[in-house]
Design a protein around this ligand. Structure first.
Ligand SMILES: [Zn+2]
Length: 119
């Protein structure tokens, strides 16, 4: 994997992450929008505890679950892992790997990243 390829894969991962985040947020926004209309208002539970559960806890758990799933599966899908040790190249690990051309955990060199001085 070259640096360009790593950067391209990471960009695809980040784009997908934004889509997943929007998909995670949308039920929350939809819920808050619709609760002020005649369509959803009758379905909001009378009990304050149940209302908090339905309006806040469940949507936030949904969002957290989606983001955790993407954090686990996204690097696999986009092959953002060290071929030698399996280290994920996201966040700080991605930036360090892109900068040095080496895996941050096992120092495996990415193919085509060695810096050769010009003759
Ligand atoms: Zn490694």
């Amino acid at each position: 994997m070259t640096r360009d390829e790593l950067a391209r894969r990471h960009k695809a991962y980040e784009t997908e992450r934004a889509v997943v985040a929007a998909f995670g947020y949308s039920p929350l926004l939809l819920l808050y929008g619709l609760v002020h209309t005649k369509y959803l208002r009758p379905y909001v539970p009378e009990s304050k505890g149940q209302a908090v559960l339905v309006m806040i806890v469940i949507p936030i758990l949904w969002f957290a679950l989606l983001m955790l799933l993407h954090r686990g599966l996204g690097p696999l899908r986009h092959k953002l892992r060290c071929p030698a040790c399996g280290q994920r190249f996201v966040g700080d690990e991605y930036r360090a790997t892109l900068e040095t051309g080496r895996c941050v955990r096992c120092a495996e060199e990415l193919a085509g990243t060695s810096v050769t001085p010009l003759a």
